[in-house]
Write a protein that binds this ligand. Sequence first.
Ligand code: NAD
Length: 531
Amino acid sequence: MSIDVDAAPDTSTLLADSVMSAELVRLLRSRVTSSERSGVTTGTAPFDGSELPFVYSSSEEDVEVAFRTARRRQPIWGALPVAERARIMLRFHDLVYSRRQQGLDIVQLETGKARGSAAEELGDVLITARYYARTAEKVLRSNTRRGAIPVLTATRVHHVPLGVVGIISPWNYPLTLAITDAIAALMAGNAVVLKPDTQTMFTALWVVEQMLEAGLPEGVLNVVSGEGPEVGPYVIDRADYVMFTGSTATGRKVAARCGERLIACSMELGGKNAMIVADDVNVERAARIAVAASFSNTGQLCISMERIYIHTDVYDEFISAFVRRTDALELGAGIGWGADIGSLISGRQLARVTEHVDDAVAQGARVLAGGRPRPDVGPYFYEPTILVDVTREMILSFTETFGPVVSVYRVDSVEEAIERANHTEYGLNASVVTSSTRRGKDIARQLDAGTVNVNEGYGAAWASVDAPMGGFRASGLGRRHGKEGLLKYTEIKNVAVQRVQGFTRPDGVSDKVWGEGLITSVAIMRRLGMK
Ligand code: NAD
């Protein structure tokens, strides 16, 4: 929500006051690159609907200042030894860990999520900081490649920072998605301009503050603020690379704009992820996995499950365990541990979830669990919901709901489950539950998704940060995590040094002799079995 700066008193309310002191609010707010003339944005604390402290918006000129600063500082940062950058990342890791309760409080304040889901993101920040601190030096090291002419051509490949990376991040995992992509970009020697979602600015600013305290030089990581359709393009138009996480609809616009500028980008977008429950499962274990896979973070998780295909042989038993466990989930508003399920983030998200469920029910779907908003718990709460008899006409059968709603389908065979799981425009994440690891891997091979978790919903693949993560088809472009997630933030420079005699025709040799000689030497290389 955008509000007029002059009419914006600092009306942080009791809930925000209990989490952040006025001094912390001022400090974090001061980290936004803003001339304080472009108005402010604020959001609502989902637990009780109270107003969050405002953040100044950035104008186009402010975004320009952020990029100019970043561009000035990047060469110094990029020239630092990777080991020195790694030391800062490990100090950052330790600071985030030591201040974890404060971090979790701020995440809960702005998102209304259960503390367990906030802990998952904080853990992810620690894993990623440690991983790139410990691996980047080796991955970024220049390396020798085979030269064109053996011995005479010496070829080295260097990974050069791109310059300034623009990162646009969403509200659903606002701590980790604001900083983990920045960690990779920074480790590769780039400067960063980050534009988080307006709803979760303080979470992003808090984690950036830890990075600055850990020793990241001022001006290397800059934050701008404002509504996506307005401020997002200012960022894209100045960046050397754009890392975008958000909806597929917005991702298409962002990628088109990057295409116009001929800059590379990564798109981490939406999904309509499917789980397959095979006929050999322990149903209690399968139901436990399905609950976490469908309802973690109140279902506002790009890699959570919104469709489950269950083999008919275990269907009844699985459904009974799944419904029992779902009914037992505790909804709770408030900063702290204890609740299984938190709030949705906003009235907009609640309206979307309600619309999807109501549309399905109106067209004949049956509710096996949940199915109602819970204003008695908090303004944006919705019950974890299981639907059956979902058909192709219903919006939620093919559109991402991004809430605590899952549809279950009976299938006669695993082959049918695979075919139906793949019947989507998306391809982000998938899950297989089976008692046979071998069978799990075989099913995984046939699923069209960037990650497949066997006997887990999403955590195994996501937290394996040494392996790349991203989507097929409408779920995205490019990958985060692993060496792929680091090298994408570099240009590749191939330097080839020619010794003695190279490709230039020596004086006194005819073009025919030289040309024939070159071709024949190439043919000899094939005879010798060379690459
Ligand atoms: P969104 O696309 O509305 O917003 C994401 C970000 O883009 C925000 O910072 C927003 O301000 C900005 N933005 C909005 N319009 C823009 C524009 N025209 N130009 C530039 N930036 C713009 O997405 P959301 O609703 O905030 O997030 C939920 C979506 O994100 C879901 O679809 C979810 O699946 C997806 N998501 C994907 C991943 C992943 O890793 N694949 C992770 C988290 C969320």
